[in-house]
Structure formats: C-alpha cells, structure tokens
Design a protein around this ligand. Structure first.
Ligand SMILES: Nc1ncnc2c1ncn2[C@@H]1O[C@H](COP(=O)(O)OP(=O)(O)OP(=O)(O)O)[C@@H](O)[C@H]1O
Length: 259
C-alpha cells in the first residue's frame, strides 16, 4: 500500500490553556493538492507551522517523508517549500540577492540558483526588476518572489498559505496552472486559503478545520454529495453553522451610521 508523504496522528496543541488543535488525524499522499480551509482562528497556520518544525510542544505524531519530525533531524526541510501568509522579505536586498540567499540556504549551488532565479523571474515578467530592491516591489510582485523562493530547490512537498494574495487575474491563471502541473508530476501541495472558488477548482481533496477539529475531508464532489448546498462557500457556511451574514452586516452598517 502507498505510504503517506505526510501523516498527522492525534495531533493536539494548546497555547496557555487554550486547546487550538484537537486530535488531528490526516494522511496525505503523493500528488495530492489538499485545500486546507477553515474559519479564522480554526488552527490552520498552527498545523502548518507544526509540520514545518516552527512550533514545538504539540502532542501526537507528525511524520513527513516517513520520518517522525520530532527526531531532531532537519534534513526533511530541504524537500519542503513554504509560502507564508505574511513574510518579512529583506527589503534592502534586491530580488536577485534575496533569491540567491534563499536558494543557498536550501543547498542549491550558487551558479544554479542565479540562473534559475533569473529565468523564473522572467516567466513572471519581472526580469527588469531583478536587480531592484524588494522595498520598491508592489504586493503582487513580492508574492511572485515568495512563490519563486519556495520552489527554487524543486521541493517535493509545498505548503502554501494564501499564495495568490495580491496577484492579478492573469498571474492567478498562471500560478493555478503551475500548481496543477507540479501536482501532476508528483509534488504534494498543502494549500491554505479563504478563497473558496479557487480551493474548489484546484484541490483534489478538501480538508475543513473548525475549532481545531477536522469536520470534513474529501473531494469537492464527495463534500457536495454529503451536503445539501452547492458551492464550496455554501458548504463551508453550512458545515461551520454560519447563517447570519445578512443580520451581522445590517447591524454593522447601522452602527456605522450612528454619527
Ligand atoms: N503563538 C501563539 N500564542 C497564543 N495563541 C496562539 C498563538 N498562535 C496561534 N494562537 C491561537 O491559536 C488559534 C489558531 O490560530 P491559527 O493562526 O492557527 O488560525 P488559522 O486557522 O490559521 O486562522 P486564519 O484563518 O485567521 O489565518 C487562534 O485562536 C490563535 O489566537
């Protein structure tokens, strides 16, 4: 039987008395694009940071590429790419300097990083600003640099947190296609986002986290069959028991108008 690339077994995490993850069990297989969704504060980033070895103190087992990540070895990180939701790019560096720095951290030989970074930047239409400081970059341009930096070392497992944030409609089409092609070549993608239309389209498996628990796990078609609602946004509202958007908006607007 195929072994999972990534396995969470009864993973529980608490921050100062508050239980944020409650016995998460999840096996992810090669080539899957997991759409990891859930309300704000559900525990999505916490799960991802645990898998990246950025948060300690969890209970349960996390196995990546067949090794328990608590064994102290960090080698597994060489095969992982990560696009965080918000990143501190080094503003004083040029994109070229930043990408060379990240590539070398991942162990890519310097001559190879430079050539690869240049060509990838060019594919995103950023060849002319390769030597410009990141402080002069727009939000979408920064996002493209982050995406490139997560892929320079050709990782097998990618963690993406709102990767399309700030990208224009054309760039979104390109990145969605890149992700589909990477998955088709056997890369595994863990995709966290609040944009339900995109998650619905690109994921072949959707995992819905609510209050630290997985409350749905399946393909979009499977989730549709199990629920009365049609779109992923509606299924999300239904499963998380949310029906008050109109009421909340009316109350909000009436407070705004109090002056
Ligand atoms: N370092 C921390 N210390 C204390 N509490 C934390 C810490 N990090 C996260 N939390 C809490 O854990 C809960 C889950 O946070 P997390 O960032 O994982 O949610 P999320 O699902 O990624 O949310 P969002 O969709 O808003 O990004 C929240 O209640 C948050 O306040």
């Amino acid at each position: 039987m195929e072994k999972p690339i990534l396995s969470l077994e009864d993973v529980t995490m608490s921050f100062t008395n508050k239980m944020v993850l409650r016995a998460i069990n999840l096996d992810v297989y090669k080539g899957q694009i997991i759409g990891y969704i859930g309300p704000n504060g559900a525990g999505k980033s916490t799960t991802v940071k645990i898998m990246l070895g950025l948060i300690e103190g969890y209970h349960g087992n996390v196995t990546i590429f067949g090794n328990d990540i608590s064994d102290g070895k960090v080698d597994y990180k060489k095969h992982i790419g990560y696009v965080p939701e918000t990143a501190e790019l080094y503003d004083n560096l040029t994109a070229g300097e930043y990408l060379s720095f990240v590539g070398e951290l991942y162990g890519v030989p310097p001559e190879q990083v430079e050539s690869k970074a240049r060509r990838l930047m060019a594919k995103f239409g950023l060849e002319e600003v390769y030597h410009s400081r990141l402080s002069s970059y727009s939000k979408g341009m920064r996002q493209k640099v982050l995406l490139i930096s997560s892929l320079l070392h050709n990782p097998d497992l990618l963690f993406l947190d709102e990767p399309l944030s700030g990208l224009d409609a054309n760039s979104v089409m390109v990145v969605k296609e890149i992700l589909a092609q990477l998955a088709a070549q056997g890369k595994t993608i863990f995709y966290s986002s609040h944009i339900m239309e995109v998650v619905e389209k690109i994921s072949n498996r959707i995992v819905l986290l609510s209050e630290g628990q997985i409350i749905a796990d399946g393909s979009f078609d499977e989730l549709k069959e199990q629920n009365t609602e049609g779109t992923l946004e509606q299924i999300f509202n239904q499963l998380t028991g949310f029906h008050e958007h109109q009421e909340i908006a009316e109350e909000f607007v009436s407070i705004v108008q109090e002056v």
